[in-house]
Design a protein around this ligand. Structure first.
Ligand SMILES: O=C(O)[C@H](O)[C@@H](O)[C@H](O)[C@H](O)COP(=O)(O)O
Length: 259
């Protein structure tokens, strides 16, 4: 599978970053929908991921998106009951999905223990949902997501793919994760094959505590030690950062886009 070389865009601070990513998402979805009728987005948890969704909700231009013709997926989910405030789904609904006219049938959540399934069964169920949505031109078991958002952990994890853990080596599209170093311990996560099936992968990160992970992710590190080094889209990869998170990137890789 071919992957794209990352482009870095640096914004003044976390607040401007969230607003800029929101604008970029709206434009991307409008462009895709005008070309192909419908679009797909993969959401992430984390502070920047959720702040971006809130920024979309506050943007008047959000009405340019046909929310009924959007498939919403998640890159990972905490294996907690529906409605739990720690679920990425809960954060996304509060920040955006409850404020726009999405088609509930096209909001694809990763189910928690209240479904009666184990984490493994929930991962398998999500893989089946992804396979059902995949089309022949996707050439694989998951759709070619138009944009996949990924937050970045200080240990360079993306989704729930943590350094050195078995999920990094798994070739199935979706896996259960146990013993996550970031609570809660049990999660569901897309794997690298699913991430790299996306047309565009956007890593969104802010804060000086992420600067080291950003540097590693943009170097030629291996994805097993540095999972974010595997966060690459087929057509385009963006690292959308604030200045603090970009503080350690090699010179010439990115410059502030605003004064
Ligand atoms: O479920 C999760 O926790 C997220 O999917 C995770 O991958 C998150 O995006 C990063 O840990 C960054 O989170 P922060 O931006 O809050 O540091």
């Amino acid at each position: 599978m071919t992957v794209s070389v990352p482009t870095v865009v640096v914004h003044r601070n976390a607040d401007v970053l969230a607003k800029a990513v929101a604008a970029r998402i709206i434009t991307r979805l409008v462009d895709v929908q005008s070309a192909r009728g419908s679009a797909s987005i993969v959401l992430t948890g984390g502070s920047v991921g959720i702040a971006t969704l809130a920024a979309i909700a506050e943007t008047p231009a959000r009405d340019a998106v046909d929310w009924r013709r959007l498939d919403v997926w998640w890159g990972d989910e905490r294996f907690l009951p529906t409605g739990d405030k720690e679920r990425n789904e809960t954060g996304a609904r509060e920040a955006l999905l409850d404020h726009v006219d999405v088609d509930p049938e096209r909001v694809h959540v990763m189910l928690g223990p209240d479904s009666g399934m184990t984490a493994e069964e929930s991962a398998d169920a999500y893989a089946a949902e992804l396979r059902k949505a995949a089309r022949p031109e996707d050439h694989g078991p998951v759709p070619s997501f138009d944009v996949m958002l990924l937050g970045l952990g200080p240990d360079s994890h993306v989704a729930s793919l943590f350094p050195g853990m078995p999920a990094l080596y798994d070739t199935r599209p979706v896996v259960a994760v146990h013993g996550s170093p970031k609570p809660p311990p049990t999660r569901i996560s897309l794997t690298f094959p699913s991430i790299q099936a996306a047309r565009e992968v956007w890593v969104v990160s802010a804060g000086e505590e992420k600067a080291g992970a950003v540097r590693l992710a943009l170097s030629d590190s291996g994805p097993f030690q540095v999972p974010a080094a595997g966060a690459r889209g087929r057509v385009r990869t963006l690292f959308l950062l604030d200045r603090a998170a970009a503080a350690k990137i090699p010179m010439g890789l990115g410059r502030p886009s605003s004064p």
